[in-house]
Design a protein. Sequence first.
Length: 225
Amino acid sequence: MRREGVETSRRVEAIVQLVAQGPCAGLGVGPEEVRRLADFLQRLEAANATTNLVSKNSLDPEWLVGRHLRDSLLGLRYLPAREDGRRFRLVDVGSGGGFPVIPLLLVREDLDAWLFESIGKKERFLSETIEGLSLTARVVNARFPFPPLMNEIRPVDVLTSRAVGRAGRLVREARPHLAAGAVALLWTTRPLMEAIRHESGMHRVSFHETPGTEVAGIAVLERST
């Protein structure tokens, strides 16, 4: 048991070093946030033994940090600018293993979030993780949109979703609940942009390629009115 504890401690420290000095360096993440992000990745690794949150290949620390975590944190630059005393409402759809929403919440503590996840095992992981990390968020075990709840939490400032099918249609369904000036961030690929633009009905749409990739990136859709 002692040896297992030592190995776990070493693994945590290795993840901390990867987050602090690896591909996530320069993304505006402070030392305390680095620790909390590493804590999240450890929780994900442990839970993945019984719940399929990410593929087994993705559990390699360099892959977890270099792809899943880095890709999530790239969304920080498209969030609303911080304002003294103001909190922003964020809805994440298809939250799964917690990317991109939990890394964003760990860095931007001015976000109140609702995570939509219809699969029970994943919902339980997310709920336990949010409680363990003391995040201001709630997990909704339902498919989006869930009208009674949406009417309660609107207007939404930020909508996020990663690798969800028919992402453009998702944004169209969310539009009645979005605040003026709200932004939708979709982790997707360039070949899907035409469909996203058409299905979303949004006029201000841009695509920002992830460094080091050829087609992956973040689609940014802004509601002007």
